[in-house]
Design a protein around this ligand. Structure first.
Ligand code: SF4
Length: 251
């Protein structure tokens, strides 16, 4: 089994290098949205908070359009001059920047005040002086609207999509979602459909950075290992899939 996990981990590394260019957060955005996100870590934090109940691209472009409507993206000024209510009105303007303007405005305003008070107005200070991923996850969890799962995802994105060189990557787990769950069960990597089994299995495959498995499994789950009629012949995990033959018969 150890050899199998080693080979599967190698396959994941190989696949990740190929699929990242079309599946990173940055690849979903227009040039101006991407440039803005890359120019300001405060935008990263606000986008991460917004990444719920909407498509990822809507969340990750929100800071750019919020800055346009505000006329700036100065956290100190926003904390002084705005409120959760005024941000809600701005987010609600047509076209709305989020499906849940009230909740997002509350989370975003809280985050802006916290960054001003605790991090000297720079979200980068959440990780800049302590690159331990475990500590960064804990600090992100102190923000409203960031659960443990989202804090881990944000930390994973810092490494994977934004090139921040963090330490202690073994505490960033695979992101458990519908595609990842399905493919782990079908491949026979997890016996039960629960976060504990899938997370434990991912740690077996890649103990040094289980979160690095998210992208290759997520893409394979979405593109090939579909709920009905999986495209096994095209799937890059077919040689590793313990249930392929069985499924081919069943579906
Ligand atoms: S080989 Fe088929 S069943 Fe196995 S992971 Fe790929 S698509 Fe899913």
């Amino acid at each position: 089994m150890e050899k199998y996990y080693e080979r599967l981990n190698e396959k994941c590394k190989e696949v990740s290098k190929i699929v990242i260019k079309d599946n990173s957060i940055l690849s979903m955005l227009k040039d101006e949205e991407r440039k803005f996100l890359l120019s300001d870590w405060n935008a990263f934090l606000i986008a991460l908070i917004s990444d719920q109940s909407v498509k990822a691209e809507m969340a990750w472009r929100l800071p750019y359009y919020l800055s346009k409507r505000l006329g700036h993206f100065d956290f100190g000024k926003i904390a002084k001059e705005e409120s959760a209510e005024s941000l809600e009105a701005i987010i609600k303007e047509k076209p709305a920047l989020h499906r849940y303007p009230r909740k997002m405005a509350e989370y975003i305003f809280f985050a802006i005040k916290k960054v001003v008070e605790d991090y000297n107005s720079e979200a980068e200070n959440i990780w800049k002086n302590d690159l331990n991923a475990e500590h960064i996850i804990a600090r992100l969890e102190e923000f409203k609207g960031i659960s443990h799962k989202k804090a881990a995802l944000g930390t994973l994105l810092l490494v994977r999509d934004f090139g921040v060189n963090l330490k202690n990557l073994r505490c960033i787990d695979i992101a458990y979602d519908v595609h990842v769950r399905r493919i782990f069960l079908r491949m026979g990597l997890a016996d039960n459909d629960n976060i504990k089994d899938v997370t434990a299995s991912a740690r077996e495959i890649c103990d040094e950075f289980p979160g690095s498995l998210t992208l290759p499994f997520w893409v394979a789950g979405r593109e090939y290992c579909r709920p009905t009629s999986p495209k096994c012949e095209e799937c890059y995990f077919k040689e590793f899939c313990m249930k392929r033959t069985e499924l081919g018969k069943d579906l």
